[in-house]
Every structure is written in structure tokens, then in C-alpha cells.
Design a protein around this ligand. Structure first.
Ligand code: AMP
Ligand code: ZN
Length: 112
């Protein structure tokens, strides 16, 4: 838990979110500013800044996040989706608590 981190506060329940999934390790909730019809975030409860600060101790957590994406996407009615992990300021990261975006439901699918 990092005191000033918005995603730690969401994970602890101190700040509300449109939560869709939670277990001991991760929480998933809808993005407050959706960039697609369906846009949610998969977030580890552990405060890790970004992929750049992950190491082998985070391997199973990262695998869990990846495997959760298709499951939760299917529950949202998506037949396909994009994932993004913005990493570092130059990678477009704004919230420095690791998270994976899952997006889908476009009429016209944007290319990266
Ligand atoms: P990133 O640029 O990858 O760091 O993305 C951070 C994402 O978090 C953005 O898409 C924001 O819209 C989203 N976000 C920020 N605050 C909240 C919040 N309180 N609840 C849900 N999503 C949020
Ligand atoms: Zn945090």
C-alpha cells in the first residue's frame, strides 16, 4: 500500500470504483474515462509502480493478470479485445501503480 496511490486506495476500498472482479491478488474495475465501449483495468493489489519495477517475484501475478483478461472480457460480452500496459512517462503511464487496460466493443477497430 502506498499512501498517495489512487489504485491502492481503490484496492483497499477507500475510494469507490465500478468493480467487476476481485480476489486476494487483483482487482478489476471499469476505467473512469473509457476509451472504448468496454474499458476496464486489471490491477494488482500489491503496489508495484510499473512493468519496469517488476522482477521474477512478480511472474505469477503478471501471468494471473494476463489470464484474467479473456475471462473478464468474455463476461463483458466481448469476442475480442486489446490489452495495453502503459509503462513509464514516455510510455504514456499516468498512474504509477501497475495496471493492464482491456478494451473492446468498437464498431471500427483502431490499429495501434
Ligand atoms: P495510464 O495512462 O495507463 O496510467 O492509465 C490510467 C487510467 O486510469 C486512465 O485510463 C484513467 O482514466 C484511469 N483512472 C484514473 N483514475 C481512475 C479511477 N478513480 N477509477 C477508474 N479509472 C481511473
Ligand atoms: Zn498503489
Amino acid at each position: 500500500m502506498s499512501a498517495d496511490c489512487i489504485f491502492c486506495k481503490i484496492a483497499s476500498g477507500a475510494i469507490p470504483s465500478k468493480k467487476m472482479y476481485e480476489d486476494d491478488d487483483v482487482i478489476a474495475f471499469h476505467d473512469i474515462n473509457p476509451a472504448a465501449k468496454v474499458h476496464f483495468l486489471i490491477v494488482p493489489k500489491l503496489h508495484v509502480e510499473s512493468l519496469q519495477t517488476c522482477d521474477t517475484t512478480h511472474q505469477s501475478l503478471l501471468g494471473k493478470m494476463l489470464l484474467l483478461a479473456p475471462k473478464l472480457a468474455a463476461e463483458q460480452g466481448l469476442k475480442g479485445f486489446k490489452t495495453a500496459i502503459n509503462t513509464g512517462r514516455e510510455g504514456g503511464q499516468e498512474v504509477f501503480h501497475l495496471h493492464m487496460h482491456v478494451l473492446g466493443g468498437w464498431k471500427t477497430i483502431p490499429k495501434l
